[in-house]
Design a protein around this ligand. Structure first.
Ligand SMILES: [Zn+2]
Length: 174
C-alpha cells in the first residue's frame, strides 16, 4: 500500500490545480474510532484537488470514502456505514478570514466552509473531519436484521427485571 502522503502544500495544490490521493487503514483515525465499536480492517480512500475559480478564490475539493462500523442504536448490533462524500472547502490566507461573512456555494447552496491554507496541511486530519461529518447522529439500520427478545418490548415496561439500584441496596445491607 505504501506510505500515504500525509502533508500537502495547499498553496501549491490550488495554484497548480493538482490532485493528490491516498489510502489509510481506518484504525489510523483514532479520533473517529475511539467511540465506535471494533472496526473491520477497511481502508479509507481520499483525494484532494486544488482549484481556483474565476474570481481568484482558492478551493480544495475533498473526497473521502470509508466504511466505519457503527453500533445500531435500535438493535445494538454493529453495521457498516458507507461514507462517500465530496466537499468543497475554500482556502483562505488567515485565521481572521475564517470569520468573513458566509458565502453560499453556487454548486451546492451550502455555506462554503473555509480552512486556513498551509504549506503543511495534515491531510488525514482533514479526511478524518470529513468522515466524522458524514456520520449520522443516531446510527440505525434501515431495517434491523433481528431484534433480540428483551428489546422487542418496551424497555421501560419490564417490571420483572430488578433495577440496578435494588441490587445496590442489597449490597449495602450485607
Ligand atoms: Zn439495528
Amino acid at each position: 500500500m505504501g506510505v500515504e502522503t500525509q502533508y500537502v502544500d495547499t498553496y501549491e495544490l490550488t495554484r497548480l490545480g493538482q490532485e493528490v490521493h491516498g489510502q489509510a487503514p481506518i484504525a489510523r483515525f483514532e479520533r473517529l474510532t475511539e467511540d465506535l465499536p471494533q472496526q473491520l480492517d477497511t481502508m479509507v480512500s481520499w483525494s484532494l484537488r486544488g482549484m481556483q475559480d474565476t474570481t481568484g478564490r482558492h478551493f480544495l475539493r475533498v473526497h473521502v470514502k470509508a466504511s466505519p462500523t457503527l453500533e445500531c442504536q435500535r438493535c445494538l448490533k454493529p453495521f457498516q456505514w458507507p461514507v462517500d462524500s465530496t466537499n468543497r472547502l475554500q482556502v483562505v490566507k488567515s485565521q481572521a478570514a475564517l470569520e468573513d461573512e458566509d458565502v453560499l456555494d453556487a454548486e451546492s447552496d451550502d455555506i462554503i466552509e473555509r480552512i486556513v491554507g498551509s504549506q503543511r496541511l495534515d491531510v488525514l486530519e482533514l479526511v478524518e473531519d470529513e468522515i466524522i461529518l458524514g456520520l449520522p447522529y443516531v446510527p440505525k439500520h434501515d431495517v434491523c436484521p433481528s431484534l433480540p427478545e428483551p428489546l422487542a418490548q418496551e424497555p421501560d415496561a419490564d417490571p420483572g427485571r430488578p433495577s440496578p439500584f435494588a441490587a445496590l441496596g442489597q449490597l449495602k445491607k450485607d
